[in-house]
Design a protein around this ligand. Structure first.
Ligand SMILES: [Zn+2]
Length: 181
């Protein structure tokens, strides 16, 4: 391989990659307003938690009611992915997982969340699509499938963000919520 086939790299100095990119962009005639991460210049605050739930239209009111009942009205961020825990972990659409982790990062930086509440629900279409219809063949099998995915997600949250508490919940179609240990 000759020299000009090598990938172009920033000069080997102490300059950070961001600073290098900025100077390179300015050198190319592009004006950058700020090198600060955009979240830092937005209005910040503190909130309790980030809630991850499924997109299922049947449960939107139940989710809000449940969170209101815990005194969390207007005190949580909310990320919605089909399948909730499995939405993050599924192999078919890896971008969903990346989207979740990106939003967790923003919620930490912008709102200083202390906890992630993962709320799966019964009769979840995404679980049936990703894992097959037998996943909900009876209540115990269905519960075990959700517990398995939520445990995996809790472990991954712990690996990426050891400071965050994690709560695992399973809602039924009547809006009743059970805690998964
Ligand atoms: Zn669902």
């Amino acid at each position: 391989m000759c020299d000009h086939d090598r990938p172009i790299r920033p000069p080997a100095t102490a300059m950070s990659r961001r600073a290098f990119v900025t100077r390179a962009a300015i050198g190319a005639g592009v004006a950058l307003v700020s090198t600060v991460a955009p979240w830092r210049v937005m209005a910040a605050g503190n909130t309790e938690a980030l809630l991850l739930s499924c997109m299922d239209y049947r449960l939107m009111d139940d989710i809000v009611r449940y969170m209101d009942g815990r005194g969390l009205t207007d005190r949580y961020d909310h990320v919605i992915l089909a399948g909730a825990a499995l939405g993050v972990l599924n192999d078919k659409y890896p971008a969903w997982g990346q989207t979740f982790w990106d939003h967790v990062g923003v919620a930490i930086e912008l709102h200083h969340i202390a906890k992630i509440i993962v709320m799966d629900h019964r009769d979840c279409g995404a679980y049936k699509v990703f894992l097959g219809p037998d996943v909900a063949k009876d209540a115990a099998t269905e519960r075990a499938a959700h517990a398995a995915e939520m445990h995996k997600l809790r472990a991954e949250i712990g690996r990426r963000h050891p400071g965050l508490a994690v709560e695992l919940l399973l809602m039924d179609l009547a809006g009743r919520v059970e805690t998964i240990a």
